[in-house]
Design a protein around this ligand. Structure first.
Ligand code: KIV
Length: 270
């Protein structure tokens, strides 16, 4: 049963997100432009300018060719559209391969956009990168489990946490990231038991995607959740509207009316 919750009426801060763990589930969606960001303003606590934009916005097959310039441009647009949510810029593949490069690129995020944090993918092996960022006053959202930037090196999208050994490894990842200073962790594509073990092991919020209902919050890609992205639909995606069908229906009406000289009628004519 869904409950009715009020809109969010103040700017969401990192402190507010931290305090929500164990108190109230956190809502997060992706956005890539000002138009949609404006629609999401006041509806969710956090917006992720995800590198998934490389697929749903640019039409590429994966996220790997997204660039820092691209992420900055779209984050500027999202910040122009949404004033209340905590906005996170997703650091693209190759932009944080060592601490110096990570700090240089993440500094661009603070210089050139109003985003409050960056997200990087990776567990314990990336803890030193997170540490470099947080020690330089850059807020970081971690991302563990199924990590789309590892698609080619892993040979596909692989669901994680299927056995005790992998769950223990994911818990170690989460703890290492917490120690390095992330304010929250995205947990993607893991078995529910793994998501629960991770969430219980850390004192910072976990934001799940394809991780069941046991995390401290949820994130979905907007074009998936509203039925605009049709190439494939992962099991975890719930479609809250059939966007693509609605657009086609609208366009069919437009085409019929233009061809039939019904549009523009006198109502739409100077
Ligand atoms: O790029 C993205 O949209 C993401 C989400 C899937 C968490 O990283």
């Amino acid at each position: 049963m869904s409950i009715h919750t009020p809109k969010i009426d103040k700017k969401v801060t990192l402190t507010m997100i931290s305090k929500m763990k164990g108190v109230e589930p956190i809502t997060m969606v992706t956005a890539y432009d000002a138009l949609f960001a404006q629609l999401f303003d006041g509806e969710v606590e956090m917006i992720l300018v995800g590198d998934s934009l490389n697929m749903s916005f640019l039409g590429k097959e994966d996220t790997l060719s997204a660039t820092m310039d691209q992420m900055i441009y779209h984050t500027q647009a999202v910040c122009n559209g949404a004033k209340l949510p905590l906005i996170v810029l997703d650091m693209p593949f190759g932009s944080y391969t060592n601490p110096e490069l990570a700090v240089k690129n993440a500094t661009r995020c603070y210089h050139e956009t109003n985003a409050q944090a960056v997200k990087i993918e990776g567990g314990k092996e990336r803890a030193h990168i997170v540490e470099a960022l947080t020690q330089n006053s850059i807020a970081v959202l971690g991302h563990i489990g199924l990590m789309p930037q590892f698609l080619r090196s892993d040979g596909g999208y692989k669901i994680r946490g299927k056995d005790a050994e992998d769950i223990a490894s994911l818990v170690e990842d989460a703890k290492a990231l917490e120690k390095a200073g992330v304010f929250a962790i995205v947990v993607e594509g893991v078995k529910k038991e793994a998501a629960k073990a991770i969430t219980d092991a850390v004192s910072i919020p976990t934001i799940g995607i394809g991780a069941g209902n046991v995390t401290d919050g949820q994130v979905l890609v907007w074009s998936d959740m509203f039925g605009f992205f049709e190439a494939f639909k992962p099991k975890f995606v719930k479609q809250y509207m059939d966007g693509a069908k609605q657009i086609r229906k609208g366009l069919e009406s437009y085409r019929n009316e233009v061809k039939g000289r019904e549009f523009p009628s006198e109502d739409y004519t100077y």
